[in-house]
Ligand binder design. Structure first.
Ligand SMILES: Cc1cc2nc3c(=O)[nH]c(=O)nc-3n(C[C@H](O)[C@H](O)[C@H](O)COP(=O)(O)OP(=O)(O)OC[C@H]3O[C@@H](n4cnc5c(N)ncnc54)[C@H](O)[C@@H]3O)c2cc1C
Length: 291
């Protein structure tokens, strides 16, 4: 099928994009890489009468750091993260997350902001950003006077349900802020796909920083936002992971997974249990499975 007819505006500035959103209301939508919106338009699941192309906006590009945060512009593509073109992300674990999203042609166009805004439960950035305690910086346009205001939503509250976020129609994601990686931080990521380039069928991201006692184990590719396994995370902070005998590791993960997704059948629970164990093994580098 082909998309219904729409106007296309190429935004010159963030403020101009905001003005267009306000002027056309629900008939208008921003488009970044079009890797998710394009198929939705073709299937006529969405029918905006106007698209505002924000892919060229310098305000949404680039990666910067301050003493505790890495800020990734919403318009940064998966391929740019994969290629390590930004020094702040050169040795970052998210390079590998990016490299395993879809195919290179999708990664060349798709953006991190577009992926988070689209909020597919199986999306890699949704899970990675949840586990890493990311914050989402959002620019809102005041419909009365067109003034721009910035607010921040923690990723763990940003996605409400499948394809639903806290974004209002006049909101544009500006950037994603992550804690600056320290030598103490541990990261593990694992996703099951039937074939390369597919969305995950079960996934897990682990972020553990002993220094600030932050520990998140998140599972994704569920029916809605990722779910955290807080009791398992505390246990690992207290007792360690590598020091635990294999049988206890398995028992602890089975317990955490079945508590988080009791509605899933035993095969799904087994798949998630394996994803969590593999992500933890990667984080603690013990028998890490490298996919
Ligand atoms: C074949 C295929 C396989 C894929 N496999 C995977 C996969 O394995 N893992 C994965 O994570 N993803 C996968 N994707 C999705 C891909 O990562 C997309 O790039 C991503 O979901 C959307 O990014 P985009 O920049 O293309 O957004 P667009 O398609 O341009 O926009 C998506 C939505 O976000 C909104 N939006 C875009 N930018 C902003 C912004 N800055 N602020 C507010 N709203 C915004 C748009 O209005 C739209 O509603 C796949 C896509 C395809 C086509």
């Amino acid at each position: 099928m082909k998309a219904a007819k729409f106007d296309l505006q190429i935004a010159a500035t963030l403020a101009a994009a905001g003005d267009e959103l306000v002027a056309r209301g629900f008939d208008s939508k921003v488009v970044a890489g079009s890797q998710s919106l394009g198929p939705m338009l073709n299937l006529r699941l969405v029918r905006p009468t106007q698209l505002i192309d924000i892919s060229g906006l310098s305000e949404l590009r680039g990666v910067t750091t301050d003493h505790q945060t890495i800020r990734i512009g919403a318009g940064v593509t998966h391929a740019e993260i994969e290629d390590g073109i930004y020094p702040a992300l050169l040795n970052h674990p998210w390079k590998k997350v990016a490299a395993n999203i879809a195919y290179r042609s999708v990664r060349n166009r798709g953006t991190i902001g577009g992926s988070l805004a689209h909020a597919d439960p199986a999306a890699d950035w949704v899970l990675a950003a949840t586990a890493m305690n990311a914050d989402i910086d959002i620019v809102s346009v005041d419909p009365n006077d067109g003034a721009l205001a910035i607010r921040t939503a923690p990723m763990q509250k940003f996605m409400i349900a499948a394809y639903t976020t806290v974004l209002e129609p006049h909101d544009i994601i500006h950037s994603i802020s992550l804690p600056l990686s320290s030598a103490h931080a541990k990261w593990g990521y694992y996703k099951f796909c039937r074939k390369v380039g597919e969305f995950a069928h079960a996934s897990c991201a682990v972020y553990i920083n002993d220094v600030d006692r932050c520990a998140n184990i998140a599972i994704g590719a569920l029916d809605g936002p990722p779910k955290l396994l807080p009791e398992l995370a505390s246990k690992i902070i207290d007792s360690g992971w590598s020091a635990m005998p294999g049988s206890l590791q398995n028992e602890a993960v089975v317990k955490a997974v079945s508590a988080a997704i009791p509605e899933r059948d035993p095969i799904d629970q087994k798949m998630y249990t394996t994803a969590v164990i593999r992500a933890l093994n990667k984080a603690f580098n013990s028998g890490a499975v490298d996919d």
